[in-house]
Design a binder for this molecule. Structure first.
Ligand SMILES: N[C@@H](CCC(=O)N[C@@H](CS)C(=O)NCC(=O)O)C(=O)O
Length: 209
């Protein structure tokens, strides 16, 4: 049994999707980051970085923050959606790190400047939109070669997909990225993804291109 500390954001959804995909039971603790609940001392015991997501594994009382670390932990614990060794092991890590270092931080800045503060910082808007388009291009080229980021569906896809689900916020023309659309729709059709997307807010729907 896991405790999941989360909110309705791409980083939070990575973990609820992974827990659903792996069939692991979990109790949801909604941390409303719009109300600064991420700064509550109780939450800091789980996530000292003041950000969701965080988990506690009740089997061993292990606490973990950083979505990439959580996904690796869950994959190792269940032996699913990752490979124990060999090339695929490193492909999963490679694309997971690409998400953590590129897709997450840069698309997050697009949300900040383009969606929520348009017109305030034209240089930042231009810089982050350009980088977003470059990253979508990288993703599209990769997905022209393989069905999923590391070959088979893996935690690297679970990490990346929730960020692409914000393509409207990022003002991305998905028609320009047909391989991304194919991959995105295939993942969106997975029952576990549909369930995990709605944590902790069951009223939302997956945006479709
Ligand atoms: N690198 C972290 C990023 C986590 C993150 O940025 N979480 C956001 C929501 S998506 C958050 O908690 N923001 C609250 C804040 O910045 O105060 C991870 O992947 O877990």
């Amino acid at each position: 049994m896991f405790d999941l500390y989360t909110w309705s954001t791409p980083n939070g959804r990575k973990v609820s999707i992974a827990l659903e995909e792996m069939g692991l039971p979990y109790e949801v603790h909604a941390i409303n980051i719009g109300k600064d609940e991420q700064f509550a001392p109780e939450f800091l015991k789980v996530s000292p970085n003041n950000k969701i997501p965080g988990i506690i594994d009740r089997d061993n009382n292990l606490t973990l923050f950083e979505s990439g670390a959580i996904l690796l932990y869950l994959a190792e614990k269940t032996g699913r959606f990752h490979a124990a060794s060999g090339e695929t092991h490193w492909r999963v890590i490679e694309w997971l790190m690409w998400q953590m270092g590129g897709i997450g931080p840069f698309l997050g800045q697009v949300h900040h400047f383009v969606k929520f503060n348009p017109g305030k910082a034209p240089y930042a808007e231009e810089r982050y939109v350009k980088e977003a388009l470059r990253l979508y291009g990288v993703l599209d080229r990769r997905l022209a070669e393989v069905p999923f980021l590391a070959g088979d569906y893996s935690i690297a896809d679970m990490a990346t997909w929730p960020w692409i689900a914000r393509f409207e916020w990022q003002e991305i023309d998905m028609g320009a990225f047909p391989n991304v659309v194919r991959w995105y729709c295939e993942i969106a059709a997975r029952p576990a993804v549909q369930k995990g997307y709605k944590v902790p807010d069951a009223s939302v729907e997956i945006p479709m291109p």
